[in-house]
Write a protein that binds this ligand. Structure first.
Ligand code: HEC
Length: 243
């Protein structure tokens, strides 16, 4: 029995030892780890949160950023009806199948910010620490420490690699975005940052939760299979020994 336990422990160890994202020295500060509904053993989308995040994304971020892999119809995967989604799209002057493209052109962005503005759809997958980084970045603006000079038109951000970012602080005050009636939370800067990060997690991988849940079943299957093969091996060998 001891051996079986050892085997299980070993197996569990392999599963738990997922590689942690690495961060090179000199990069932004390591973002604090937040709690997200889409992480952990039983990941799921918090639809209300994603919807609040959609509000922040479309009302604030889209002034500069696009979400080119997302259209309003995709919101139906969260359980919204076609009618609801069509009316949301309509509020923005968009059709159900129009991509979420910012009105800010690349040329205008280069003129105003000296850099291209990245599409946000896949941003959480493209950065170490994903949603944690995004949330931290949005609340990580501060006065530059003494001795650090920030060029005109740029801003100091603790979490941005290199600390000098061209994006002006996008979430500046509580209540900047009006949350849907009956929301369980207030639109504080921190909450808006969390919600939009959850939205961007979702735009990055709308099937993520399904995939993760499937992963859990696969692991359970493997675990049971391991135990069964061990028991089978035991019983075969005990027969051999008896003879
Ligand atoms: C006024 C224009 C503007 C708005 C509004 C804006 N951004 Fe940005 N954003 C930028 C610019 C410019 C950059 C490029 C920064 C750089 O490379 O220095 C950027 C870069 C980013 C990055 C990439 C950071 C990295 O690690 O490379 C993220 C993430 C981001 N923005 C998120 C957001 C979110 C979320 C919102 C809405 C809450 C938002 N932005 C609103 C202009 C804007």
């Amino acid at each position: 029995m001891k051996k079986a336990l050892l085997l299980i422990a070993l197996f569990a160890g392999i599963v738990a030892a997922q590689p942690a994202p690495t961060y090179a020295a000199g990069d932004g500060a390591v973002p604090p780890e937040m709690e997200w509904s889409f992480r952990g053993f039983n990941p799921e989308w918090d639809v209300e949160q994603i919807f609040r995040g959609y509000k922040v994304a479309t009302q604030v971020c889209m002034a500069c950023h696009s979400f080119k892999y997302i259209k309003h119809r995709d919101l139906m995967k969260l359980g919204f009806s076609e009618e609801q989604v069509a009316s949301l799209a309509d509020e923005m002057g968009l059709g159900l199948d129009d991509k979420l493209i910012s009105a800010l052109t690349t040329e205008a962005a280069l003129m105003s910010y000296g850099t291209e503005i990245p599409d946000l759809s896949l941003m959480n997958m493209a950065r170490p620490h994903g949603a944690d980084y995004l949330h931290a970045l949005l609340v990580g603006y501060e006065e530059a420490p003494e001795g650090v000079s920030v060029p005109a038109g740029k801003h100091y951000n603790k979490y941005f690699p290199g600390h000098v970012i061209a994006m002006p602080k996008p979430l500046t005050m509580d209540g900047q975005v009006e949350y849907p009636e009956g929301s369980k939370v207030e639109p504080t800067v921190d909450q808006m940052a969390k919600d939009v990060s959850a939205f961007i997690e979702w735009t990055g991988e709308p099937i993520l939760v399904k995939r993760k849940t499937l992963g859990v079943y696969v692991l359970l299957y493997l675990l049971i299979f391991t135990i069964l093969s061990y028991m089978l091996m035991k019983s075969i060998w005990s027969d051999v020994k008896k003879k």
